[in-house]
Design a protein around this ligand. Sequence first.
Ligand code: GDP
Length: 139
Amino acid sequence: MTTNRTFTMIKPDAVGNGYIGGILKMMNEAGFRIVAMKYTKLSSEMAGKFYEVHKDRPFYGELVEFMSSGPIVAAILEKTNAVADFRTLIGATDPTKADAGTIRKTYAKSISANAVHGSDSDENAQIEGDFFFSKLERF
Ligand code: GDP
């Protein structure tokens, strides 16, 4: 069953490049409602835990270092079919392969510094949202 919610982060590259406003505008215009949001910075321990599913992949160390290199925006978003529709909005992991009009095509520089995170399943959306937000922080 779909929860109609997904979890996103605007990653350190996009924050550092001044793209928070542009990315939030694309999310809003695509029909996503903000349920929860915060501007924060991950420690390397937190980034390591968040991306634990990737710990055996060769880029894990680089990913953890990058995701803890500067502030991020974390958010829970709501829309019918949120997980799949948000994956469509952000585009392929590698921005050179992302479709025109996607967030990654517009704002990402490389496969590692790829501007945004989007949950890949309803189950992970729930787990990832719970990683950052208490019940009292959701509206
Ligand atoms: P996503 O679901 O599209 O974010 O992609 P994945 O779940 O496969 O990977 C998680 C994140 O790891 C990506 O968003 C990238 O930031 C990073 N990543 C994926 N593949 C690579 C890679 O080949 N090299 C590096 N350096 N980072 C990668």
